[in-house]
Ligand binder design. Structure first.
Ligand SMILES: NC(=O)c1ccc[n+]([C@@H]2O[C@H](COP(=O)([O-])OP(=O)(O)OC[C@H]3O[C@@H](n4cnc5c(N)ncnc54)[C@H](O)[C@@H]3O)[C@@H](O)[C@H]2O)c1
Length: 349
């Protein structure tokens, strides 16, 4: 049995971390911390456990084995390192941190303290994505030539506990990065993992099309992004993100290979479909992906608890997440400098 503390008591805690800890017999929720104490109170009333008045008091509780960090992005590194130093295992939400130095500091500290560090890259655990990876690995599509992957929804102000234009997600100081890091992190991680190939170079453009602060001015970070990725295995494809899709959430991926095409979450009836070059169509019916309006168990918490038991991150490790962040930082750099950026040993185009 592991006792866990949860820091940050907004939507991801309410819809994923707290309910998933509660339903896992290996976990007991010790308590909650949020600098808005009323949020921690609400979580403790709903899910049990106590309210810690400060983060330090949570970390000083010797009965706590592990913490979930579900705060605004800018605090992920500091709070993770603090928790690791206090001897706790850490499950931190994505994006892992705001700079390359921060991601390395987190990974190094986990190693130094011999504690588990995992990041909430839940898309790897979605059954359709696991099936897709297996089929691609078995060669069902032949050699992968191109892909396109997308994550677009109506924006974090419709999801965050602060349902307004003043959400931290729009503040550069608290969020650090925009839709590219918020949503693209999932898709960059997914595509590397599906194709089992690293990203070689990126060409990105960031846009702010529609999201505004209360005073009517456009937000300081991107609400849309479009990128071209070239993979080490030769495949090329696009990653698009958007906070301005006011229709149904789009979380789709299409992979084009020499033997056929795979569509994931493109057809409402089937999670995965394969159209072969000879005209054969194979449909796979599987669980839907979690969306902002339909939350099913992500499996991340179960995997974190299992990893603690095993003494190693079974998937979603801090090291893996740091590699994905490197791609995101290269995409940010590409957009800023309006050029292609290479990830191979520092050589740049
Ligand atoms: N894995 C996923 O698919 C997924 C989905 C949504 C959000 N997230 C991530 O989870 C994190 C939290 O997002 P959310 O949607 O729950 O946001 P939210 O706005 O709903 O809640 C954030 C909560 O954290 C609190 N908080 C912020 N900074 C704090 C600090 N320094 N100390 C204490 N409390 C603090 C706020 O008061 C708020 O209650 C973000 O990093 C976000 O990117 C991940």
């Amino acid at each position: 049995m592991y006792r866990v503390g949860i820091a940050g008591c907004g939507s991801i805690t309410k819809f994923r971390h707290a309910p998933e800890y509660r339903q896992n017999p290996q976990a007991e929720i010790a308590g909650f911390y949020d600098y808005k104490t009323e949020r921690a109170n609400e979580m403790a009333e709903t899910f049990g456990g106590k309210v810690y008045p400060t983060y330090e008091e949570m970390l000083n509780d010797p009965s706590i084995d592990a913490v979930s960090i579900c705060t605004a992005n800018a605090f992920h590194c500091r709070m993770t390192v603090q928790a690791l130093k206090a001897g706790k295992h850490v499950l931190c939400e994505k994006p892992m941190a705001l700079t390359k130095e921060e991601t390395r500091e987190m990974v190094d500290e986990a190693g130094k303290q011999n504690r588990i560090l995992m990041i909430g890259h839940n898309q790897r655990l979605v059954s359709a994505h696991q099936m897709a990876r297996k089929l691609i690995g078995q060669g069902e599509l032949g050699k992968i030539l191109t892909f396109r992957t997308t994550f677009c929804h109506a924006g974090p102000e419709s999801w965050s506990a602060d349902k307004s234009k003043s959400t931290w997600f729009f503040q550069k100081g608290a969020a650090g990065l925009g839709s590219l890091a918020d949503l693209g992190i999932h898709k960059v991680d997914l595509i590397r993992w599906l194709l089992q190939s690293e990203v070689k170079e990126v060409t990105s453009a960031l846009f702010t099309e529609d999201k505004r602060y209360e005073d009517g001015s456009l937000i300081e970070i991107d609400d849309n992004s479009i990128s071209v990725l070239k993979m080490e295995n030769g495949a090329v494809g696009s990653v698009t993100t958007g906070w301005t899709n006011y229709g149904e959430e789009d979380n789709s991926t299409v992979i084009y290979g020499t033997k056929g095409v795979m569509k994931i979450f493109s057809d409402p009836r089937y999670a995965v479909t394969i159209q072969k070059k000879d005209g054969t169509v194979v449909n796979y019916q599987m669980d839907a992906i979690q969306t902002n309006t339909s939350q099913t168990s992500s499996g991340v918490i179960d995997l974190f608890l299992e990893s603690i038991g095993q003494g190693a991150a079974l998937e979603l490790s801090g090291e893996e997440a740091a590699k994905v962040m490197d791609v995101i930082f290269a995409m940010e750099q590409s957009a800023k400098e309006k050029r292609t950026v290479s990830l191979s040993q520092g050589d740049e185009k």
